[in-house]
Design a protein around this ligand. Structure first.
Ligand code: ADP
Length: 462
């Protein structure tokens, strides 16, 4: 059945209360039947024994009885609803309640019968007279027959007690039911309201409203975790959406600029406005090279990000690799008046040499592109038990704080106006990131505007 959480919770509360009430009623009834019956029996027996003891005190010896006191005992017993018949050793009646007042005895028996019928199963055996022996100095001197209505007969006080008990049980039962219904409703409301909000937000997210967030806090840990997860999901989706939109725009933009240049140049040459000389053709060629590089970079990135990307792992000297790259970049750095240094420890790593070399190349070419004349770039290599840490630090212009979270996304450029100048397309760092992640390492950036930028990546030890 596809019923709501609120209904299910309320039903559960009421069901638990009902089960408790039924169990308490069953156990109480069993207790009353077993222990109370025992108690009543013992009580009656004790009272009867007391009567017998009092009667035996009235024997005066030589077959003589204190008939006056016996009559008083008999009458007061009748007033308490007990019918007595006292006989001497020969069976001669000393005192008989029925002879004394038969009408009252009949009323007592009738009353007992009424009481017995009020509680089912009571007084089944009907009115009987139970004989007790009266002893004097351990010798039998007579008998007394005490009238009872079955051996599990309950008198008025006993019945009143049981009725009160059952009334109390009913009251507690009804009260518990109302309370459980109230609790169930309140608790389910408290649980369901935040879940309903999570559902609404999740629905909004599924419709593309990624900026929706759940702000209310719940005092249920699991609901809070659900809320945080949905908010994180929304934030991630929002980020992805922003990046997706920007990516489409950026790809179009990156392609449009060189294509427009190419188109205008070619049209001018075709229309005879410009001569198709080697300089014009060279300029067209440069634009084509730029587009090819960009497409090549994109292809590379797609390959690195694909699940089938296989690393060619080997152990090699990373310091040696850094030195070789410094050698390769030397002339470019020199011609721009930049200093390039290597510091840190000699270290061997287990990684894909070509791909790590690509990361270094990208970071060094960025440092070269963005650091102004007279600046300095330092490669530092450190290691510990867990990983090897390689950093490339420059004292260039730095990257604005708001751009730092996006710097490793493809096509993202902190300063778009510098694009033409630097010739970058914003794919270099995305490639670095996918290579480092494929190695199980991490890459991050620290930057201060006007002071410089430090890129650090790690390669885990095996
Ligand atoms: P690009 O081809 O534009 O250099 P990257 O992905 O390599 O693409 O870099 C993304 C952006 O990060 C760059 O456009 C630039 O704004 C910024 N950037 C990267 N390295 C540096 C650096 N060393 N100093 C300042 N800005 C940098």
């Amino acid at each position: 059945m596809n019923s709501s959480l609120r209904t299910k919770l309320s039903i559960s509360y009421v069901a638990v209360a009902l089960i408790c009430i039924i169990l308490i009623s069953i156990f109480t009834t069993l207790f009353v039947y077993k222990h109370f019956e025992e108690y009543v029996k013992q009580n009656t027996e004790q009272k009867n024994r007391e009567i017998v003891t009092t009667l035996s005190g009235q024997y005066m010896g030589n077959g003589k009885w204190n008939t006056k006191v016996i009559e008083t005992i008999g009458v007061s017993s009748m007033e308490n609803g007990i019918i007595l018949k006292v006989k001497d050793i020969n069976g001669n009646i000393i005192w008989d309640a029925k002879t004394h007042n038969n009408g009252m005895c009949q009323r007592i028996i009738e009353h007992m019968s009424n009481n017995a019928s009020r509680i089912p199963g009571r007084g089944k055996s009907g009115y009987t007279e139970v004989p007790y022996t009266i002893n004097y100095n351990l010798n039998k001197v007579g008998t007394v027959e005490i009238g009872t209505y079955g051996d599990n007969y309950l008198n008025e006080h006993d019945i009143a007690f049981i009725n009160d008990l059952y009334n109390l049980l009913w009251a507690v039962g009804i009260f518990s039911l109302i309370l459980s219904l109230l609790f169930g409703t309140v608790m389910s409301k408290r649980l369901v309201s935040p879940i309903a909000r999570v559902i609404n937000t999740a629905k909004a997210i599924s419709k593309g409203f990624y900026s929706d967030r759940i702000k209310e806090k719940s005092n249920t840990r699991e609901i809070n975790q659900l809320t945080v997860t949905i908010n994180d999901l929304a934030e991630n989706m929002e980020k992805q959406e922003i990046l997706r939109k920007r990516l489409t725009g950026d790809v179009a933009h990156e392609l449009r600029t060189p294509l427009a240049t190419l188109q205008s140049h070619l049209e001018a040459m075709m229309d005879g406005i410009w001569p198709a000389d080697s300089e014009r053709l060279k300029s067209c060629h440069e634009e084509i090279v730029r587009i090819s590089k960009m497409v090549g970079d994109l292809e590379k990135l797609a390959r690195y990000e694909s699940e089938n990307f296989v690393l060619n792992m080997d152990t090699f000297d990373i310091t040696e690799l850094a030195k070789r790259q410094i050698h390769n970049f030397e002339s470019e750095f020199l011609s721009k008046g930049l200093e390039l240094k290597l510091t840190g420890a000699d270290c061997r790593v287990y990684a894909d040499k070509d791909k790590i070399s690509q990361v270094l190349v990208n970071l060094l070419s960025n440092a070269l592109k963005y650091t102004p004349e007279g600046g300095m770039v330092v490669i530092n290599i450190q290691y510990n038990d867990v990983n090897t840490e390689i950093s490339v630090t420059d004292n260039g212009p730095g990257i604005p704080g708001e751009d730092l979270p996006y710097i490793f996304e493809r096509f993202y450029r902190a300063d778009k106006s510098r694009n033409k100048l630097t010739g970058g397309s914003g794919i270099g760092l995305a490639i670095c990131k996918s290579i480092v992640l494929a190695h199980g390492g991490s890459i991050n950036v620290q930057s201060n505007i006007g002071k410089g930028t430090k890129f650090t990546f790690t390669i885990p030890k095996i």
